[in-house]
Design a protein around this ligand. Structure first.
Ligand code: AP5
Ligand code: MG
Ligand code: ZN
Length: 218
């Protein structure tokens, strides 16, 4: 098994690129944020606990996140590889991922860093709309659905995430700088970090991501 990590600030475009890329490469797609939102929607105990953190723009406790990731990996013993979106986000999560990889005789082949300025992120997240049915992400200017408020793929209703208001976005950015940005050095020192310019158009970012992953080999 091999693993690829998409790392970068909220709104950098990780989710927009990750789904297609995982499909193309036959990788299991694990987005911890999507898992948490599914738990919130299902009204589980985990969902209730997570929602308070998410709405405040804070991280959900490491133990919870690591448990989710371990369970998902265990459910897919035959997966050839995994694409992680939004995980790891702390040093403890990075350590846990390292341990998980060695347990399975696997390794991380690339950590793709989506580099984009905070100002652009605030604009992107303010205009984001997400499908309630399939999770596809749109933007009111940059990636508009054919029919306003409706998903092109499944006809589902588009909504605005509770944490996409400006106050929470600024807190998410602060938390990113405080707890996640140090992972850049951590993976750079392991020679795994590939920086891409995430301020470009969606298509140009897609090309850069593809190049980064092709270059990383298997
Ligand atoms: P999560 O769901 O992971 O949110 P995030 O990290 O804040 O990242 P986003 O999903 O907001 O950004 P993205 O990079 O995916 O951007 P997107 O592609 O959608 O986490 C949410 C919360 O869950 C966290 O705050 C935390 O509480 C909790 N959580 C999750 N994982 C955790 C973990 N590991 N540990 C602890 N807690 C965790 O793009 C954004 C918008 O921009 C879209 O509208 C899109 O259409 C548009 N766009 C994308 N690319 C471009 C482009 N190139 N040009 C113009 N517009 C673009
Ligand atoms: Mg996302
Ligand atoms: Zn949909």
């Amino acid at each position: 098994m091999q693993a690829v990590v998409f790392l970068g600030p909220p709104g950098a475009g990780k989710g927009t690129q990750a789904k297609g890329e995982a499909e193309r490469r036959g990788l299991l797609y694990i987005a911890t944020g999507d898992q948490l939102r599914a738990a919130v929607a299902a009204g589980t105990e985990l969902g209730l606990q997570a929602k308070a953190c998410m709405d405040a723009g804070e991280l959900v406790p490491d133990a919870v996140i690591i448990g989710i990731v371990r369970e998902l990996i265990a459910q897919h013993p035959d997966a050839e590889g995994v694409l992680f979106d939004g995980f790891p986000r702390t040093a403890a999560q990075a350590d846990a991922l390292g341990a998980l990889m060695s347990e399975r005789g696997a390794r991380i082949t690339a950590v793709v860093y989506f580099d984009v300025a905070a100002a652009a992120v605030v604009r992107r997240l303010g205009g984001r709309r997400v499908c309630r049915g399939c999770g596809t992400t749109y933007h009111i200017e940059h990636l508009r659905p054919k029919q306003e408020g409706t998903c092109d793929r499944c006809g589902g209703e588009l909504y605005q995430r509770d944490d996409d208001n400006e106050t929470t976005v600024r807190e998410r950015l602060r938390v990113y700088e405080d707890q996640t940005a140090s992972l850049l050095d951590y993976y750079r020192s392991q020679d795994l970090l590939v920086r891409i310019d995430a301020a470009q158009s969606i298509d140009d970012v897609a090309q850069a991501v593809r190049g980064a992953l092709d270059g990383a080999g298997g």
